[in-house]
Design a protein around this ligand. Structure first.
Ligand SMILES: *[C@@H]1O[C@H](CO)[C@@H](O)[C@H](O)[C@H]1NC(C)=O
Ligand SMILES: *[C@@H]1O[C@H](CO)[C@@H](O)[C@H](O)[C@H]1NC(C)=O
Ligand SMILES: *[C@@H]1O[C@H](CO)[C@@H](O)[C@H](O)[C@H]1NC(C)=O
Ligand SMILES: *[C@@H]1O[C@H](CO)[C@@H](O)[C@H](O)[C@H]1NC(C)=O
Ligand SMILES: *[C@@H]1O[C@H](CO)[C@@H](O)[C@H](O)[C@H]1NC(C)=O
Length: 735
């Protein structure tokens, strides 16, 4: 026993020493807890000299942007990894491979937009994954497939709109999923399939207009559901079918009506929160043997004879009902429980008249024509969706329920959309007609769709649009015409779209933008024209879209920056000109938009020269500048670019002589990964511009700097490490 004990002691000491010796200079290492902290150090890469035995690594508040594949191979014993607020944009496939012991991973408050299927590979022990406060718009089914031990998944505060079927597949041990504060609008009926262990689901603060009854019914083991703060107006009979549900939060919605049979399929319900809705009256709820608490505060409850049945029911079932009366005046502010039933009367004419108009809306029942649905299609009354995608249809089916909000007709073969194809669908907001071999849109095709907001016509064969095609859809905000066959825009094609916000015309064959192409869409903010053949943008073409924020003109045939066309675009913040054959950028090329521009893409252009005044006016507003893959040898003065988050200078053939000294000095201060390498002179080829010492010989290299540099060089070794270690242990004690 002794020998093994002392052996343990010895190896523990050894490990401690290793920890102490290999602590990265900018970090604090606690060798007892095997913990390394490098908080707010502007680190741009995962430090490569973290002690191998580290178990807890805290990198909060750095500047890491990309987590490359295998980034953590050198530290395989990690159990806790905190990467909050690191400006992470992308997690490469296999980024976390090798972290088979990790239990806790915090990626909150970054800029992550996608979770790829292999991004989370290798995290076979992970229990908690925190992705709160990122920009995730979409999750592909299978993304979490490897996380068989995950018990807590936090996706709150992202930009999710839609959850596809089986999106959480593989989470075999999951207990709680938090989806609060997204923009969820649609949940596929099998979105929560395969989650028998889920106990708690948070869907509050989203944009659900209807209870996703079917999707939720798959959660047979869930006992708490938070779905408050969604714009839901009524709950129908059997609206919640969750066999194990005990606590249900339906607060802060727009509820005007709750069916007395709404929860009969959730017989274990114990607590029901209905606070802050629009309920005047609630009927006794049927079959609620386990209900103990119901909260109706913040509703305009009428404590008249109409609430008597509820009061009697609550008293009989010993249900604690928190209900504060809003009317009649005599009972205003009183607890319903404290009233005598006999005093709750309906005789007062005044009250009746006062409240009749609003009561009328209370008694209105939801549409009952939901059974109606064209043959071969499926219509879901709960979400008010119609679905006939991929059915080999040649004609648009008719006879959808009149309350349909989303219609999915993708992958059919319509060829032409005749006038009045969607009669009576006044509430349709989203129409999907992608991949339908459409050649012709006839005038008036969409004429009845008064409330249409999203129109998807991507991947068809449309080559022109008659001026009257978009008549009658004044609410349209998002129009997708990408991947079609436009050579040019029809004059005034968009005249009838005053509320258009986002126009997608990428990947067509448009060769120029003429004066009147964009007339009528003065509220458009995003214009996508990537992947066309544009050689010319007329100086007036963009004057009709003065509120433009994003302009994508990349992958076209422009030979110069269309400066004149940018005049008057005072809100433009993102301009993409990548992959245009622009060889030269002259003085003041971006002046018209210099006050607003934040993201500028000039990469992959074959650019040979940028004049010294090319960026004049641009400065502290610019957050990203992409210049990679060009043929320039030098850059104009960038010292006014003080707020950059991203600058890409890779694949530029820099000639590394003293001429580049100002650039090098600027880069030294910048503290960003830029990727600049030298291409000439020959002996410098491939070397990182930030690391070469050539510049020390140039006039203007400050003497102070030379000294510091050479002294660090000399001491990269024990002395330096010892000193910093001493300092660090001191700091660690303080904490
Ligand atoms: C990190 O960068 C910010 C802004 O450039 C600066 O204010 C801060 O002092 C830097 N922190 C460290 C530890 O270098
Ligand atoms: C889910 O995340 C939100 C947003 O951060 C948070 O406010 C909420 O408390 C979490 N939900 C629960 C039930 O804790
Ligand atoms: C009912 O909700 C209100 C508002 O949220 C709260 O103040 C009150 O304590 C709740 N009542 C009960 C009995 O939980
Ligand atoms: C359409 O929506 C409005 C507002 O939500 C509603 O009042 C109306 O009844 C709906 N119409 C149909 C036909 O469902
Ligand atoms: C620059 O762009 C190249 C090519 O797109 C990319 O591989 C590289 O990671 C980028 N570098 C930086 C520092 O952003």
């Amino acid at each position: 026993m002794w020998p093994s004990c002392s052996f343990l002691l010895m190896s523990a000491l050894l490990i401690k020493r290793l920890v102490a010796e290999r602590c990265p200079r900018i970090c604090l290492c606690d060798s007892i807890k095997y913990q390394v902290m490098c908080l707010n150090r502007n680190i741009t890469e995962i430090p490569n000299n973290i002690p191998q035995v580290t178990q807890r690594l805290d990198l909060r508040g750095n500047d890491i942007k990309i987590i490359p594949a295998g980034a953590f191979f050198p530290i395989p014993y990690l159990t806790h990894l905190n990467l909050q607020k690191c400006k992470i944009e992308s997690i490469e496939e296999g980024a976390f491979r090798g972290l088979g012991r990790l239990l806790y991973l915090n990626l909150a408050s970054n800029n992550i937009a996608f979770i790829y299927q292999e991004s989370l590979d290798g995290l076979s022990s992970l229990q908690q994954l925190i992705l709160e406060n990122n920009r995730i718009e979409e999750i592909k089914p299978g993304a979490f497939g490897q996380l068989g031990f995950l018990s807590f998944l936090n996706l709150a505060r992202n930009a999710l709109v839609y959850l596809p079927d089986m999106v959480f597949q593989g989470l075999q041990s999951i207990k709680w999923i938090n989806l609060s504060h997204n923009s969820l609008h649609v949940l596929a009926s099998e979105a929560f399939g395969g989650l028998p262990t889920l106990r708690r689901l948070s869907l509050d603060h989203n944009e659900l207009q209807f209870l996703p009854t079917e999707a939720l019914s798959k959660l047979s083991g869930t006992n708490r559901l938070d779905i408050g703060h969604n714009p839901i107006t009524y709950i129908v009979e059997e609206g919640i079918e969750m066999a194990s549900l005990k606590q249900l939060f339906l607060d802060n919605m727009f509820l005007q009506d709750v069916s007395h049979r709404a929860f009969v399929r959730s017989p274990l319900l114990h607590t029901l929160d209905l606070t802050n809705n629009q309920l005047f009256v609630l009927q006794p709820l049927t079959d609620m043997a386990h209900l103990k608490k119901i909260n109706l505060t913040g509703n305009p409850v009428l404590c008249t004879c109409r609430m008597r049945p509820f009061k009697e029911w609550a008293a009989k079932g010993r249900i604690h009902a928190d209900v504060i009366c809003a009317a009649p005046a005599a009972f205003k502010g009183e607890q319903l429980e404290s009233l005598r039933t006999s005093a709750m009367k309906c005789s007062s004419h005044v009250i009746q008249e006062e409240l009749l108009p609003s009561l009328a809306t209370v008694t209105r029942k939801p549409e009952e024509d939901a059974v109606l649905c064209p043959k071969g299609c499926t219509c879901s009354p709960d979400y008010q969706h119609g679905n006939c995608d991929n059915r080999n249809l040649q004609h648009i089916p008719k006879g959808f329920p009149s309350n349909t909000q989303l219609l999915d007709l993708r992958y059919n073969q319509f060829h032409s959309i005749p006038k009045g194809s969607f009669p009576g669908l006044k509430n349709l907001t989203s129409l999907h007609l992608q991949n339908c071999k459409i050649v012709i849109l006839q005038p008036g095709a969409f004429q009845d769709l008064k409330n249409l907001v999203y129109l998807y016509l991507s991947n068809n064969d449309i080559s022109s649009i008659d001026a009257d095609v978009f008549k009658g859809i004044p609410q349209l905000a998002y129009l997708y015409l990408d991947h079609n066959r436009f050579n040019q825009m029809t004059k005034g094609a968009f005249t009838f779209l005053p509320n258009l916000f986002s126009l997608h015309l990428q990947y067509n064959s448009i060769s120029q933008l003429s004066d009147d192409d964009l007339v009528g869409i003065g509220n458009t903010r995003w214009l996508y024209l990537s992947g066309n053949r544009i050689v010319h943008v007329s100086p007036k073409a963009l004057s009709h879209v003065k509120l433009l924020e994003k302009l994508h003109l990349d992958e076209n045939s422009l030979q110069e920056v269309p400066t004149k066309s940018l005049r008057g675009l005072l809100m433009l913040s993102e301009l993409k000109l990548s992959k245009n054959p622009i060889k030269y950028i002259g003085d003041g090329a971006f002046l018209p938009v210099a006050r607003s521009l934040q993201h500028l893409y000039l990469d992959n252009m074959g650019l040979e020269q940028i004049s010294t005044g090319a960026f004049s006016g641009l400065g502290p507003k610019i957050k990203s500048l992409y210049l990679e893959k060009n043929k320039i040898h030098n850059l104009p003065d960038l010292s006014s670019f003080t707020a950059l988050d991203v600058i890409n200078l890779s694949n530029i053939p820099f000639h590394c002589d003293c001429q580049l000294l100002p650039l090098r000095k600027w880069l030294d201060k910048l503290n960003l990964r830029v990727g600049a390498t030298c291409s000439s002179p020959a002996e410098m080829r491939g070397k990182k511009l930030k690391l070469i010492s050539t510049f020390q010989r140039c006039p203007g290299w400050s003497t102070k700097k030379v000294k510091r540099l050479s002294s660090t060089k000399a001491k990269v070794g024990r002395d330096d490490n010892k000193r910093s270690r001493k300092k660090k242990t001191g700091e660690a004690r303080k904490h």
